[in-house]
Ligand binder design. Structure first.
Ligand SMILES: Cc1cc2nc3c(=O)[nH]c(=O)nc-3n(C[C@H](O)[C@H](O)[C@H](O)COP(=O)(O)OP(=O)(O)OC[C@H]3O[C@@H](n4cnc5c(N)ncnc54)[C@H](O)[C@@H]3O)c2cc1C
Length: 606
């Protein structure tokens, strides 16, 4: 039977790919400016990663501590990112996040409240003051619900369970996207004057991850193959606290909110090991004693934060060290204890259940652990990628005309390490900006043309796996890649291991080109995975190559063979693009000079 190469066509001014917080916010903004908007998502609307966000959204509202301001938030974000952030994005983010959160409230988000009725804010790692607006530990759910409710009334056309596999171009300009519906396997063409990528992260390139099946680096790879640049791909965040037991749930996130509410980390000797390793640049802002740390948790403004709330990169490495040196928990993690707060407050179990309801249920259901009476076992899990599409800080346009990126798929804001809570605010601030500027581009540029040959080529590529007879399926290749990235390009990296990974990726590319699938096109996850492999391999190669070039340790990148920071790399971003011969080109690009007034803020806050 001849393959069914037919496709349906939809035309929009702006096409938004991804319906998490960034995509929804971009779609709302574009639509509000009067252009027609299509919103595509790989799974059902509302099932994006954003819905899983637990701890909160960072914004200097100063509701709990009046000393907070956009300047402190800016300085915290830059320090957390080890000063290789896009400073313009860090500035805009800190200035605009409060308005974006208040706007969300005006659209119906029901945040937890202070006693006098304002949005409540909680402590989180790397934030000087309590800054995370939250809804228990289900903040992402409230955010998605609110954006969705608001968005569907704007007249946005939503295409669900639809995966984009190529961006299409006319000359230099992106003019649309091509994809398939997961359920029926039918192809679909979107013609658009501007495209916003909001596809989230790359966590599925690793074996242990908090990310769900969707996060195969699609947007990163789509942009790269369309000629856009990727930046900072060496910076992959390993969140210090994922579940480690039982094996079936390994990697599932344990929110930093547990530590924000007073949870402490202990090794198998019962020691709070984080007190033994406080980086110099955080010494002055970290508690000297457990007693001071607790006072901070309960809001004493003269106390400094406990070392459990140091940045994620550092806490993750301390946990790895404890485990390596034989002080780990029975299943290869360390202990995270929130139950201990019963020594300090009455009705602690009720308090824990109220502040961390999802964590309580997660451990009860998945691990048969009652976190109000027992310690959890936790260890690092691949969580977030700071790297992504290189964009202009103000407009979110990539280096390809007509192509925008926002949220986790875009690079810049977080530098070498993201602070918790800064992603949800990133989505709101830069989702809005991307939507606004994509709509402007669509209004100012003529109708889009799609070269016919491009569609035929992508259809042929997509259907090829059905014609191959290889006995190896896509899952074997995916698992080999995940295992290799975890082992060779993980939390602690060294040159010879990464070179081994690059050789391994080369071999996996060959295997992926031969991969075959069976069955038909109707809901065929094997076929979907065969296509995802190109994305996973592209982002894995980008991460490995960038890590090799950055010969230093900074934030999330820890090089065993270069354990210190280097001056040479302190003003450099690693940028990757596809060369004419199809190979991956890697360049060291200087970070633009920071204006004196921003530099002064950083100095004042040190
Ligand atoms: C468990 C967990 C807890 C977290 N907690 C917090 C927190 O408390 N605070 C915080 O700030 N951050 C948190 N984060 C991080 C934060 O949730 C994410 O970084 C953020 O939600 C990413 O949002 P996004 O809009 O960029 O993408 P996502 O919300 O990841 O959405 C991506 C969208 O793109 C779609 N998509 C992907 N590929 C394709 C394709 N090829 N075709 C079509 N559609 C596609 C997906 O279907 C989805 O709709 C957490 C993350 C996790 C996993």
């Amino acid at each position: 039977m001849a393959p069914d190469t037919e496709y349906e066509t939809h035309t929009h001014d702006v096409l938004v790919i991804g319906a998490g917080g960034a995509g929804l916010r971009a779609a709302i903004e574009a639509s509000a400016s009067g252009v027609s908007v299509g919103l595509v998502c790989k799974s059902l609307l509302g099932k994006a990663h954003t819905v899983m966000a637990e701890g909160g959204v960072a914004a200097a509202l100063a509701n709990v501590d009046e000393r907070d301001s956009w300047k402190v938030h800016f300085a915290d974000t830059m320090r957390g990112g080890q000063y290789v952030n896009n400073w313009r994005m860090a500035e805009l983010h800190a200035k605009e996040a409060p308005d974006r959160v208040k706007e969300l409230e005006a659209w119906g988000a029901v945040f937890d409240r202070t006693k006098d009725g304002r949005i409540l804010q909680r402590n989180f790692g790397g934030h000087k003051y309590p800054r995370l607006a939250h809804v228990g530990d289900r903040t992402g759910l409230e955010m998605i619900r609110t954006l969705q409710d608001y968005g569907v009334h704007q007249g946005i056309d939503v295409y669900m369970e639809c995966t984009i596999i190529r961006l299409l171009k006319d000359g230099d300009r992106v003019t649309g996207a091509f994809g398939y519906y997961r359920e029926r396997g039918r192809f679909v063409l979107f013609q658009a004057r501007a495209v916003v990528l909001a596809t989230g992260g790359i966590g599925k390139a690793y074996q242990i991850t908090s990310n769900s099946w969707e996060y195969t680096g699609d947007g990163h790879a789509l942009a790269y193959h369309a000629g856009a640049e990727l930046m900072d791909m060496e910076f992959v965040q390993f969140h210090p606290t994922g579940m480690v037991w039982p094996p079936s749930v390994r990697g599932i996130l344990v929110t930093e909110g547990v530590r924000g509410e007073g949870g402490v980390l202990r090794n198998n000797k019962g020691e709070r090991f984080m007190f033994g390793d406080i980086p110099d640049n955080y010494k002055s802002s970290t508690a000297d004693t457990p007693e001071e740390g607790w006072r901070y948790v309960i809001g004493d403004k003269n106390a400094r934060r406990p070392p459990e709330l140091l940045t994620r990169d550092h806490v993750a490495r301390c946990i790895v060290r404890e485990v390596k040196e034989g002080r780990g928990s029975p299943h290869g993690g360390v202990f995270l204890d929130i139950a201990w707060i019963k020594e300090k407050i009455p009705n602690a179990p009720e308090h824990i259940k109220r502040k961390l309801p999802s964590m309580y249920h997660q451990f009860k259901e998945l691990g048969n652990i009652d976190i109000t009476t027992e310690a959890m076992e936790v260890g690092p899990t691949t969580h977030y990628v700071m790297g992504g599409v290189r964009v202009d800080g103000d407009t979110q346009v990539s280096t390809v005309p007509g192509l925008y990126a926002a949220g986790e798929v875009a690079a810049g804001l977080h530098g070498a390490n993201r602070l918790g809570g800064n992603s949800l605010s990133d989505l709101l601030v830069f989702g809005k900006r991307a939507g606004e500027h994509a709509a402007k581009f669509a209004r100012e540029n003529g109708a889009a043309r799609i070269p016919a040959g491009e569609i035929e080529a992508v259809v042929r590529w997509a259907l090829e796996p059905f014609n191959r007879t290889s006995s190896e399926g896509p899952y074997q290749i995916q698992q080999s890649l995940q295992e290799m990235m975890q082992r060779l390009v993980g939390i602690v990296r060294r040159e010879e291991e990464m070179l081994e990974a690059l050789a391994g990726i080369e071999k996996l590319w060959e295997r992926a080109r031969r991969v075959g699938v069976i069955g038909n096109r109707e809901y065929n996850p094997g076929w979907h995975t065969a296509m995802d492999l190109e994305n996973l391999l592209t982002v894995s190669e980008a991460t490995t190559r960038a890590s090799l070039i950055r010969k230093e340790s900074r934030g999330a990148q820890f090089r065993d063979d270069f354990p210190a920071k280097s001056d040479r790399f302190s003003h450099i971003s690693i940028v990757e693009r596809k060369a004419k011969d199809g190979s991956m080109e890697v360049a060291e690009v200087p970070i633009p000079e920071m204006p004196p007034e921003l530099r002064q803020i950083i100095e004042e806050m040190k």
